[in-house]
Design a protein around this ligand. Structure first.
Ligand code: SAM
Length: 289
């Protein structure tokens, strides 16, 4: 167990910055950027723009922290915090660690027994989910899908039974291909393609995957994009193994086939006929075994 008790020594602050609209920098984030001993950022030039837009003086406080040097910077950051520094980590946009550098540093500071806290704020993931119109109670973030055909196919396969809302980041160059692939697997599911959130060209395309895919094939979609995909209907999400193990449990209690089927179909929200057919196959298999 770890315990983040306040220490006089200094700490790591994970600070969220705007994903487009500069007005989305919170007052607390601004104060931290002004007062921090060091600010680690992905691209010092980009962060200087943010600093000057808000009248913050950077001096020598900006240090680079990107995917290529994050591992090697961890020791230095831990040492600074141990010596009492307040170290802020930001990324180019949004929340550090969300498809961005930051997670390794956070883990290193925790492992050293030092304090980590956050000034939370913008992230494209939550912004897109909140305007998608899709269920938000349970969702899964898939980051970027990547380019490899095999890896993408595996993700689509795992989404067949995924009943939570699925969110992922996508590049404008790959969006059309991804939508065609999604339309092949999940044409009837609802989707929201969210682009340029908080910026001038903010837009959300909503509809079934088949509809939105057709729309996107017909026009160029530019800018930064998040795709929010409806999860599987509960009946599809329930795996065969789950139905079988529930049937086994009910039959094992001495219930009749008919009662077991009725109860399992009701409990798992799956079709009665399919459950009945599955129960017949189970009985036949077990009779043979
Ligand atoms: N850390 C960031 C966050 O918290 O959202 C994400 C960084 S990731 C490298 C960049 C991706 O986030 C973009 O390619 C896009 O998919 C998404 N993104 C960032 N800003 C966005 C915006 N304003 N509108 C839509 N998507 C955005």
């Amino acid at each position: 167990m770890t315990h983040d008790a306040p220490t006089p020594e200094g700490q790591l602050m994970v600070v969220a910055t705007p994903i487009g609209n500069l007005g989305d920098l919170s007052r607390r984030a601004l104060a931290l950027l002004e007062s921090a001993d060091v600010v680690y950022c992905e691209d010092t030039r980009r962060s200087r723009t943010l600093f000057s837009a808000h009248g913050i003086v950077a001096r020598q406080r900006l240090q680079a922290l990107h995917q290529h040097n994050e591992a090697s910077q961890c020791d230095e950051i831990v040492e600074r915090i141990r010596r009492g520094a307040v170290v802020v980590v930001i990324s180019d946009a949004g929340t550090p660690g969300i498809s961005d550098p930051g997670t390794r540093v956070v883990a290193a500071v925790i492992a050293a027994g030092l304090r980590v806290s956050t000034a939370p704020g913008p992230t494209a993931l939550i912004g897109a989910l909140s305007v998608s119109g899709l269920p938000t109670e349970r969702f899964v973030m898939e980051g970027f899908l990547g380019r490899k055909v095999g890896e993408r196919a595996l993700r689509y396969e795992s989404w067949r039974r995924e009943d939570r809302t699925i969110v992922f980041y996508e590049s404008p160059q790959r969006l059309a291909t991804t939508m065609v692939e999604l339309a092949r697997h999940f044409p009837e599911r609802r989707v929201a393609v969210v682009r340029e959130l908080t910026k001038v060209h903010e837009e959300v395309l909503r509809g079934t995957v088949a509809q939105v895919s057709t729309l996107i094939a017909a026009r160029e979609i530019l800018g930064e994009i998040v795709v929010v995909l409806e999860g599987a209907p509960v009946a599809e999400a329930v795996s065969d193994e789950l139905v079988v193990s529930a049937l086994r449990e009910h039959l094992g209690r001495g219930q009749s086939l008919r009662d077991a089927v009725n109860e399992v179909a009701e409990q798992l929200g799956v079709a009665h006929r399919e459950t009945y057919e599955r129960a017949l196959r189970l009985r036949a298999d077990e009779g043979r075994g």
